[in-house]
Design a protein around this ligand. Structure first.
Ligand code: HSE
Length: 388
């Protein structure tokens, strides 16, 4: 029998217990032995739940149990979760997480501890919810040089945009729905202002190129300043507006990463991706473009990815998965020289701009700095990058 524990019994943690309840038999068959949920660590009182027997409040119970193989960290944040993850790894436990904040900000350190202790630190659920994307990136696409990663990385904002545009509900109503469905972060500003997508594009970039990109070093813009007028103009002109995370590696080895709402041409496979769904396109120099699609948030989809990692950690007990990234990447400052195409809404036509609709233009390629200067010059009411 293999034993695991769940730390943090919120949306993801309780989803993991539910997946084991639903699928315990087939999980045991695939594992070759039963998988036992031995502990649930949470500050809440679980005595009136079916999990009263597993409930503990003291982390050292997990840390000191030699029979505990895997710990699932679904606490969230980078405080208690960081301390308990460090201690679990140092105690020789495999750790599986959905915590993108922790992976994006402390992944380098935690992977180094995992390596030293010869255990796995796996985090498939930290990007794209239930979509298998990190493992394909570091395993199935390992024969490629990755050139670009771009996608919808936040389910909450995609859900909000879809409900506002197609359902006619207000921003506040759509956010409330996303919260009630368990999609949003504890502080939904992380979704709405783009930070959650920023953490995810950093993790993808770290894994793709093996060098750390930190969320605080990239440009991040969410959907809070998006005007539905631009969504409407774009849709009449054959574009959809989507919040995208994007990471690129240029031939000289420099990298760029950023998050912003983009105009996406309708014939791009990302354009019709709605609701809580995420879609991530990866371009490799051998495979070309591949796209990963599925539910990017929610209890059971995220728990699906966590459970896959629990089984993978147990399958790799003897020879750990060697993931990791080292020194920080030489980043292009977008303001300087990453050339993009831009949508501008302005009364007067910008020089070189191609008319999209009355009072709306597309221009480029221009760096962010040049695009901002141009927008100021023509007194533009909106400036958004266009995916090309
Ligand atoms: N709040 C996140 C989202 C949860 O909406 O995508 C999944 O990471």
């Amino acid at each position: 029998m293999a034993n695991f524990a769940i730390m943090g019994f919120g949306i993801v943690g309780s989803g993991v217990a539910e997946v084991l309840r639903m699928n315990g038999e087939s999980i045991a068959r695939k594992l070759g032995e039963p998988l036992n949920l031995k502990y649930i660590l949470d500050v809440r009182d679980l005595s009136a739940t079916p999990y009263a027997k597993q409930a503990v409040k003291d982390f050292s119970v997990l840390e000191n149990d030699p029979e505990l193989d895997v710990v699932v960290e679904s606490i969230g944040g980078a405080k208690v979760a960081l301390e308990f993850t460090r201690r679990a790894l140092l105690a020789g436990k495999h750790v599986v997480t959905s915590n993108k904040e922790l992976v994006a900000t402390h992944g380098k350190e935690l992977l180094a501890i995992a390596k030293e202790k010869n255990v796995n630190y796996l985090f498939e659920a930290s990007v794209g919810g239930g979509i298998p994307v990190l493992r394909p990136l570091f395993q199935c696409l390992a024969g490629n040089q990755i050139q670009e990663i771009v996608g919808i990385l936040n389910g909450t904002t995609n859900y909000i945009l879809t409900r506002m545009v197609k359902g006619g509900v207000t921003f506040a109503e759509a956010l409330k729905e996303a919260q009630s469905k368990g999609y949003a972060e504890a502080n939904p500003a992380a979704d709405v202002e783009g930070l959650d997508a920023g953490r995810k594009i950093c993790i993808l970039s770290d894994l793709a190129w093996g060098r750390e990109v930190r969320p605080e070093d990239i440009s991040i813009q969410g959907i809070s300043h998006l005007d539905l007028k631009d969504v409407d103009i774009a849709s009449k002109a054959g574009y959809r507006v989507k919040l995208l995370g994007r990471a690129l590696r240029l031939e000289d080895g420099r990298q760029a990463a950023y998050v912003a709402p983009h105009l996406v041409p309708e014939d791009c496979p990302i354009a019709p991706v709605d609701d809580v769904f995420n879609a991530i396109m990866i371009r490799g120099n051998a495979v070309g473009d591949v796209m990963f699609y599925g539910r990017g948030a929610g209890d059971l989809p995220t728990a699906s990815a966590v459970m896959g990692d629990v089984l993978d950690a147990l399958a790799h007990r003897a020879k750990r998965r060697d993931l990791g990234w080292s020194e920080s990447a030489p980043l292009i400052r977008q303001e300087q020289d990453l050339p993009l195409f831009w949508y501008l809404r302005s009364e007067s036509a910008p020089e070189g701009g191609e008319k999209l609709a009355e009072g709306a233009y597309i221009t480029g390629p221009l760096s962010v700095k040049d695009a901002r200067e141009l927008a100021e010059k023509v007194n533009a009411a909106a400036l958004l990058p266009v995916l090309r």
